[in-house]
Design a protein around this ligand. Structure first.
Ligand code: GLN
Length: 243
């Protein structure tokens, strides 16, 4: 693998990989290769150290217990924090998003520290789980079309001053705080509740991660036929709920 390959790190596939979030890795890998980029994919299991030299780090969702274990391991390993200091791009989904914040509630109902990479903290929602399809309008600064995804979480995530909402929900729960926000981001670190997987339903987000990693403002066009078909089908399904 050459020195110049895009280093794509999938964090803890053994703990954080619910609802098809592995697909996020496949989509980034494929869309980068379609642009002629060489990709070095690094899957880091929870008994392995997180490399600090990656370009893009992906964390998926997890059930409450694996989420606690992943949080413990990641707190004990400075790798991800160092990578962010080095300018790495990170996308965390659901449990991965919560772990990147200051604090979340674990499987034993305890407040447990996260990594503090995003100025957010998560509590346990008192109401029903947020489960179902979600539509959200992304922060205009990101230059992305409507986000479509699937959410399934009890956690509620509160945003501090140091982040911006990733998007505003039009259908679904998102952060679950009742303020209509979904996800959070600052600089190169992104958190979201969207599964789907998010990057298969929103290839523009995958391209955004690649552009940030390469520090370019545009990528060569890629064939979006199947992505667009999936997006249209899912968006239509949400807008016309079953009778
Ligand atoms: N365990 C977390 C919650 O329910 C995250 C769930 C998930 O990653 N799907 O809030």
């Amino acid at each position: 693998m050459s020195e110049s390959a895009l280093r794509l790190v999938w964090v803890y596939p053994d703990l954080l990989s619910t609802y098809g979030d592995r697909g996020n890795v496949l989509v980034v890998e494929r869309r980068a290769r379609q642009r002629g980029l060489e990709v070095a994919r690094i899957d880091v299991r929870s008994d392995q150290p997180i490399p600090t030299s990656g370009d893009i780090y992906l964390l998926g969702g997890g059930e409450d217990r694996p989420q606690r274990l992943a949080g413990e391991r990641l707190r004990a390993d400075p790798g991800l924090g160092r990578a962010v200091e080095n300018g790495a791009i990170v996308l965390g989904v659901c449990a991965g998003y919560q772990i990147m914040g200051h604090e979340f509630i674990d499987d034993m109902g305890q407040r447990t520290p996260g990594l503090g990479l995003l100025d957010v903290w998560s509590t346990r929602g008192e109401g029903a789980r947020n489960v179902g399809d979600i539509l959200a309008e992304p922060d205009p600064r990101l230059g992305l079309p409507t986000l479509t995804g699937f959410e399934n979480h009890q956690g509620v995530t509160h945003l501090g001053q140091g982040v911006s909402p990733l998007a505003r929900v039009t259908v679904g729960g998102g952060n679950g705080t009742g303020d209509g926000t979904e996800g959070a981001w600052r600089d190169t670190v992104f958190g979201t509740y969207l599964h789907g997987p998010i990057l298969a339903r929103n290839p523009g987000v995958a391209d955004l991660l690649i552009k940030l990693a390469l520090d370019v403002s545009a990528l060569p066009p890629a064939d979006n036929t199947w992505y667009e078909a999936l997006r249209a089908e899912r968006i239509a399904a949400v807008q016309q709920p079953a009778q």
